[in-house]
Design a protein around this ligand. Sequence first.
Ligand SMILES: Nc1ncnc2c1ncn2[C@@H]1O[C@H](COP(=O)(O)OP(=O)(O)OP(=O)(O)O)[C@@H](O)[C@H]1O
Ligand SMILES: [Mg+2]
Length: 390
Amino acid sequence: MSQKQQVAIELKNIIKEFPGRGGEAGMRAVDNVSMEIYEGEFFAMLGPSGCGKTTTLRMIAGFEEPSSGEILLRGKPVQGVPPFHRPVNTVFQDYALFPHMTVLQNVMFGLEMEGVPRAEAEKRAKEALDLVRLTQFDRKPRQLSGGQQQRVALARALVKRPAVLLLDEPLGALDLKLRKAMQYELMSMQHQLGITFVYVTHDQEEALTMCDRIAVMDHGVVLQVGSPEEIYETPRTRFVADFIGETNFVEGRYSTFRDLCALVNLGADTVIEAVLPEGDHLQEGQQVTVAVRPEKISLLPGNGSMEATSVEAAEVLQAVKSEKDKTFVPGVITFSNYIGTDTRYTVRIGEKTDLVVRIQNFGSRYDTRFENGDKVMVFWATENARVLTE
Ligand SMILES: Nc1ncnc2c1ncn2[C@@H]1O[C@H](COP(=O)(O)OP(=O)(O)OP(=O)(O)O)[C@@H](O)[C@H]1O
Ligand SMILES: [Mg+2]
């Protein structure tokens, strides 16, 4: 078995209810969460504010106990085991450094509490600070920038060589540039040390960039767990598709199933094809939503071979149309917005469907710029359009 497949953390049907205060109803912050996190994995918990990320992390760390369900760390149940006896360490969002101690003392503190001899503790603390590239050993936290404080917090967690590091929005307070730099440092550090990282964030781009797998949460529920590619390319629910990246949601009525694809009627004689997730069954006439990413859609001038604007365009259109597994729909450009790397168009198709389309600007003579009112042929590979029923 490869290292990745050994389970480091297992959550089994975890429920966390907080009691209500002063007659208020109680609050279910985590609602029947089950998942496995593998050894050496960079795992993200991603979701909007209040969805239960911190609560889940605190239960793994031992600062909260579940109302029901079971947590296993490396196969051992940890119910009732206090935080300092668990093989995990936490980097809190607010760093929680000791203000009266120097950088070095902050990092050494946990080791000294464990009874590690002073010289040994100092040696290990300096190694950990070296790892996060900090040299200002004698400063106090208030003499450091936010990014430097964040590194101290990280060194303090790493110095205890935990099997698992829990990170709760550790880059939340940093400016964009520092945040990007720290993202890459964290990734290479995790790679180098082979520690399991559980990384909480509400930033989808951060999760996509950094993590091996992502759990998308909402209202205390894990909606989907998968690699960044799985989550982005094959979101199972509308919430996941909407939360990760930009998506067009096209409303229509299911008509029939042909060549393994669902045909969806958008009105005004417009029918598109889309992939139906395995196991889903639709009734004829059922209202459905089809999700298509803006960058997966292409445009050609003219809305049919007869109206193509040039011989060249007509030839391209013929060639593209002869390819299988593509959906073609005539449309009209209603809005265009040049944004440097791409141009974003809004295209009206069917009766009343507006699609956002992103066309990359290559800067070559093959770039076609469309104007409002232009007729176009809109197309995409059918596998990129997915019916969502949840
Ligand atoms: N000690 C508590 N007592 C009562 N309710 C709580 C407590 N801790 C958290 N909650 C509630 O549980 C829900 C989940 O909170 P949690 O802190 O886990 O969210 P989160 O996903 O980390 O959000 P954020 O991104 O804002 O940090 C929230 O509605 C919150 O108000
Ligand atoms: Mg939180």
